[in-house]
Design a protein around this ligand. Structure first.
Ligand code: AMP
Ligand code: ZN
Length: 450
């Protein structure tokens, strides 16, 4: 299996440390608002990764975190904590906000048919471990304290810039004008923030002699240390995580434990609308509920995503989603025909091996789909089941042949007698159940209309 490893900037043969088990960590959502289809894209792409690893015979131990503290609106060390902002917006406590959006996210995850992680890890359940990590960093001389918190001194980590290929000199030059904080280097980041007197921050822990809360990046290093032990095999996230969040996770784990955090790093690109990233601030968000309201299923959206590649930016349009829905429907109807003709129920082919080969090439789902289209007249039920397991696209329809056959017979008998009203009635009744009839020289078959 070949995967594109971000720090190496190339495809590499994937080899887990334990030949049978893969340790994976996925940076999860900040649980302060309803996720949009762009947010879910990452989890859909990585679901294909998990399924492909399983198809290759690996067991997968995967942790997905839920950020319920410390992620500030700037994505840096300034601004408001997103959870506090959500609490004010909805007139609830931060804990209520976290609970309710964790449940929204998990519902979406389930609706999308994504394989559950081995462990959901909530940041505030790891405060003790996060404090221990900060203490290690302090003891190892990687931090300094300023008025608003404890900061990681990035100049202490010689390889800080390597992961994201950062140009630190440029960053310094650019920051000189705006850079007026007490930080020693523009890239330094908070591992622990202090809460000033009168500051409105409900989530707080007494540590280092005063109230405070963890920096955003801290939870990932401490959850990985606790649940998976570094180095892990694969770490996944969005491309926006590369220059800051993942760079800082790596720096923390190095500073505290002198360890590499992960061997392979995968990053997915953004979903845009009219070329602009879907985001709350641009006001162009579409939710899973919006898809359903417009007559689409989560599986239609997944199929649309898999028509492209996780490393490419994808521009979403409703027309393209409609085309994806049609493609999925045509595949489901091919399977419906197999049920009725008993053709291609059994049989041996090299389809499955070819499909896995396509996905083993850095999750090349569009090549895998092209293979399905090219093989579609020969695919067996077993082939379809295999494809369905890999993509989780809810492709196999219920086999309603036994139920529908008497209706088809009645309708054809009516037609033979030129009893058009009866024939039309039956057809209309079936249509209202989303079933159409396909008349062919080999007989009449049911098909799905949606
Ligand atoms: P946020 O809650 O806004 O921090 O988003 C969480 C994560 O969702 C981000 O770190 C991105 O990796 C991902 N994300 C946000 N917007 C998009 C988008 N338009 N397309 C794909 N992924 C996105
Ligand atoms: Zn993370």
């Amino acid at each position: 299996m070949k995967l594109y490893n971000t720090p190496a900037r190339k495809l590499e043969e994937f080899k887990p440390q334990d030949p049978s088990n893969v340790k994976i960590y996925t940076c999860g959502p900040t649980v302060y608002s309803t996720p949009h289809i762009g947010n879910y894209a990452a989890y859909i792409y990585w679901d294909l990764l998990i399924r492909t690893l399983k198809a290759n015979g690996y067991t997968v131990h995967r942790v997905l975190n839920l950020t319920d503290v410390g992620h500030l609106t700037s994505d840096g060390d300034t601004g408001e904590d997103k959870l506090e902002k959500g609490a004010k917006r909805e007139g609830k406590t931060v804990w209520e906000i976290a609970d309710s959006y964790i449940s929204v996210f998990k519902n979406g995850f389930e609706k999308l048919g994504l394989i559950e992680p081995t462990k959901w890890a909530r940041a505030t359940d790891y405060i003790k471990q996060s404090e221990a990590l900060v203490e290690k960093l302090i003891d190892n001389g990687f931090t300094y304290e300023i008025s608003d918190g404890v900061y990681y001194n990035t100049s202490k980590f010689a390889n800080y810039a390597d992961f994201a290929h950062l140009d630190l000199d440029n960053l310094k030059a650019g920051a000189r004008v705006a850079f007026s904080s007490e930080k020693k280097n523009p890239s330094d980041f908070a591992v622990w923030k202090f809460i000033k007197e009168g500051e409105d921050h409900a989530m707080r822990w007494d540590f280092l002699g005063r109230p405070g809360y963890p920096g955003w990046h801290l939870e990932c290093s401490s959850i990985i240390h606790t649940e998976l032990q570094e180095p892990i095999d694969i770490h996944t996230g969005g491309i926006d995580h590369i220059p800051v969040h993942h760079t800082n996770e790596i720096a923390q784990t190095y500073g505290a434990y002198n360890k590499i955090l992960a061997n392979t790093w995968l990053h997915c690109n953004f979903i845009t609308i009219n070329g602009e990233k879907i985001s709350k601030s641009l006001g162009n968000i579409i939710t899973l509920e919006d898809l359903e309201t417009n007559g689409y299923t989560c599986a239609d959206y997944k199929l649309w995503l898999y028509q492209g590649h996780y490393r490419s930016e994808r521009n979403f349009t409703w027309d393209d989603l409609a085309a994806a829905r049609n493609r999925r429907l045509s595949w489901r109807n091919k399977i419906a025909l197999i049920f009725q003709t008993n053709e291609h129920v059994l049989g041996e082919s090299d389809f499955k091996a070819k499909l896995l080969t396509a996905l083993n090439d850095d999750l090349n789902s569009s090549a895998a789909f092209a293979l399905i289209d090219a093989s579609i007249e020969q695919m067996t039920l077993d082939d379809w089941q295999y494809a369905n397991e890999l993509f989780g696209l809810d492709l196999i329809p219920e086999d309603i042949t036994a139920k529908i056959l008497p209706r088809i017979k009645e309708r054809n008998a009516a037609r033979d007698k030129k009893d058009w009203p009866t024939a039309d009635n039956i057809r209309d009744e079936l249509l209202s159940d989303n079933i159409s009839l396909l008349d062919t020289p080999n007989g009449t078959f049911w098909q799905l209309t949606k």
